[in-house]
Design a protein around this ligand. Structure first.
Ligand SMILES: Cc1ncc(C[n+]2csc(CCOP(=O)(O)OP(=O)(O)O)c2C)c(N)n1
Length: 199
């Protein structure tokens, strides 16, 4: 399926659908801005890490987490603009081949949070095709909400790495993350070492 065949969905709704399925202290790395705002709004799990400042670092951080904790499922959430800034991470993930990692891109074809400037996915770029080209064979566009849920179920049940593309609109985020980098880091590290699942 191509990007143009995928339904445009609501990022906060999809984030809630993902988080509702997490029953085993899975790690979720939320990329900059709206991506982690909606992750925060979906419930402040201490197993969530919120990237406050840098575009494109959710996938590398998620890869490091997946390598360090091979028994734990790890999800990376990233915006299309941010992923475009760090495309090489897809090839690194394919090369390392972590069984427990899933990358989800919220593709709204815009740098929404800085004013809606268009990204390249609105013209020629298909990030699922790029992920496949990087070596991530299990890469797919979510056709609609129920297909997105089925892809998340598959990621939870099977070995990865997996890449899920979801087209999203420009709805405002459902909340705003508390901007306390030390707290975010410490809470996440403690959770990875076996702390509680709620902040
Ligand atoms: C390296 C870097 N360049 C620019 C910025 C400014 N900036 C912060 S978020 C953002 C847009 C992010 O776009 P995307 O990842 O597509 O997410 P969206 O805002 O659409 O949800 C930009 C340009 C930044 N934080 N870091």
């Amino acid at each position: 399926m191509r990007r143009s065949d995928a339904k445009v969905m609501n990022r906060a709704d999809l984030t809630r659908r993902l988080v509702a399925k997490l029953a085993n202290e899975e790690a979720v790395i939320g990329g900059i801005g709206n991506t982690h705002f909606d992750l925060w709004a979906a419930g402040q799990r201490s197993h969530n890490f919120y990237m406050l400042g840098s575009m494109g670092l959710a996938a590398p951080i998620a890869l490091g987490t997946a390598i360090a904790q091979p028994q734990r499922k790890v999800f990376c959430l990233e915006g299309d603009g941010s992923l475009l800034m760090q495309l090489g991470s897809l090839g690194t993930i394919a090369t390392v081949n972590p069984k427990n990692l899933t990358v989800i891109v919220w593709d709204n074809a815009a740098y929404q949070i800085t004013g809606g400037q268009p990204t390249l996915t609105g013209s020629t770029v298909d990030l699922v095709a790029m992920a496949k080209g990087a070596g991530l064979a299990r890469a797919a566009w979510a056709k609609d909400e129920s297909h997105f849920e089925a892809l998340v179920d598959a990621a939870l049940a099977n070995d990865g790495p997996m890449f899920i593309g979801a087209r999203t609109g420009n709805d405002p985020p459902a909340g705003v993350t508390e901007r306390d980098a030390n707290k975010i880091r410490t809470r996440f590290m403690e959770a990875m070492l076996g702390g509680s699942s709620r902040a």
